[in-house]
Design a protein. Structure first.
Length: 133
């Protein structure tokens, strides 16, 4: 017989040790698949070009982007009514693609973009749930 506190601890451990690492692995795989299929754009030039032609579906900003860069892209996203998200640092995004640090990335619309946004929301949800408890 298990009490509620033990069940809560087990649930937290499951989320921390199984669910979050699995979601983060899929998040990384989704980014790589997007890059390989040319649905994910790297760097401000290509992202801004796609935004100008209304091809952009989502901005991704590194968590350590400068305040001015963050402000610029958040206001662009707001004006275009696009999400502006991102869970990782510029070094993470750069290393993932074998490039220099990447602060700004962007998704073209499609199933990978939709999956990525769903993964990001799930990761944020579980991280917030764990940090509250």
């Amino acid at each position: 017989k298990h009490d509620a506190a033990e069940l809560a601890d087990n649930t937290q451990s499951f989320v921390r040790e199984i669910v979050l690492p699995g979601l983060k692995k899929r998040y990384t795989e989704c980014l790589l698949a997007g890059f390989q299929s040319h649905q994910l754009l790297l760097g401000s030039d290509s992202v801004e070009e796609a935004a100008k032609s209304d091809a952009l579906a989502c901005y991704i900003l590194a968590t350590d982007a400068s305040p001015s860069t963050t402000q610029k892209y958040r206001s662009n996203a707001e004006r275009k009514k696009l999400p502006c998200i991102g869970l990782e640092t510029r070094a993470f995004y750069g290393q993932l693609f074998g490039k220099s640090d990447k602060v700004v990335l962007g998704w073209l619309s499609g199933a990978l973009c939709d999956e990525f946004m769903s993964l990001e929301m799930s990761i944020r949800h579980f991280e917030e749930t764990l940090s509250v408890e």
